[in-house]
Design a protein around this ligand. Structure first.
Ligand code: ADP
Length: 174
């Protein structure tokens, strides 16, 4: 290993950032988060403030939902961020970015992002984790679409998220 970016060089807690839109959180995200637990001392779930994507839930709502689901577990903290991911990662003293890979179709974009982030900050590694097969088809977009059409999401989405989807997308039934 050469150069000053040797990832084995530093001691201290192993902190990872798991970034995403999480609009909303679902079982695939939670599966990836569970897989981080034996690998890292701390995992910061980074909720992207991305106005261009016109999210269903505000960034504060998304942070609140994720905190409600994983907040009891001391390994996880939930924070919003905007701007460059590597700057956010650096500001936390973290060395790893966690990304989930569902299928080959995710790969090309994720690979480009990982290489761009490495170019921006060679000291940060991207770690790809894969969920259980039963979550490989789950996405936030599909969760919203199926919910709007009245489909059953039990087991795919945590209860606090289901509750907020009900409030937001089926207000007349409350
Ligand atoms: P995006 O970041 O593309 O807007 P999300 O915010 O929902 O999508 O995803 C955040 C991270 O979680 C990404 O790394 C994404 O690949 C991963 N992810 C999303 N859905 C799943 C799933 N069903 N299984 C595993 N990883 C997932």
């Amino acid at each position: 290993m050469s150069g000053s970016s040797d990832p084995t060089a530093s001691a201290g807690p192993r902190i990872a950032v798991y970034p995403g839109s999480f609009d909303p959180l679902h079982g695939g995200h939670l599966d990836i988060m569970r897989r981080c637990k034996p690998l890292f001392d701390r995992v910061v779930v980074g909720v992207l403030e991305n106005e261009e994507k016109r999210p269903l839930f505000s960034v504060d709502e998304r942070v609140a939902m994720i905190s409600e689901v994983v907040g009891e577990d001391p390994i996880f903290t939930v924070q919003s961020f905007s701007g460059l991911l590597v700057d956010f990662v650096e500001s936390l003293g973290a060395r790893a970015i966690i990304r989930g890979l569902r299928a080959v179709s995710d790969f090309e974009y994720e690979f480009q992002m990982a290489l761009m982030n490495r170019r921006l900050d060679p000291g940060i590694e991207t770690v790809f984790l894969t969920p259980r097969e039963e979550y490989t088809f789950v996405s936030s977009r599909l969760v919203k679409e199926v919910f709007r059409l009245g489909g059953d999401l039990s087991g795919l989405v945590p209860v606090p998220v289901l509750r907020r989807l009900e409030e937001r997308l089926r207000p007349e039934t409350n």
